[in-house]
Design a protein around this ligand. Structure first.
Ligand code: FES
Length: 87
């Protein structure tokens, strides 16, 4: 089995209040619906010190900025294979 994909979502107060509170649920739902939980280590993180670019998450060390629900789903689809163009 290859190494798990490491997804960290910033749960610092700025990102949390600007959308990550909800994006945690969006990501969890995506992982559950697509049966990806065993492939992913998904966890919250402290402030990334880039609050002005938030809300933020990182996947295998790469940071993604100014997230919203569509952007998160697009990123997850591009990583996990189903890059459906209809979002
Ligand atoms: S709270 Fe997310 S970068 Fe600071």
């Amino acid at each position: 089995m290859e190494q798990k994909v490491d997804i960290q979502i910033c749960l610092g107060s700025s990102c949390f209040s600007r959308g990550n509170k909800r994006l945690v649920k969006v990501i969890e739902q995506y992982l559950n619906e697509n049966n990806l939980r065993h492939l992913v280590h998904f966890h919250g993180a402290h402030c990334f010190s880039s609050c002005d670019k938030g809300p933020l998450m990182s996947i295998d060390g790469k940071e993604y900025e100014q997230l919203n629900e569509d952007k998160v789903l697009y990123i997850l689809n591009s990583i996990f294979g189903d890059a459906s163009p209809n979002i």
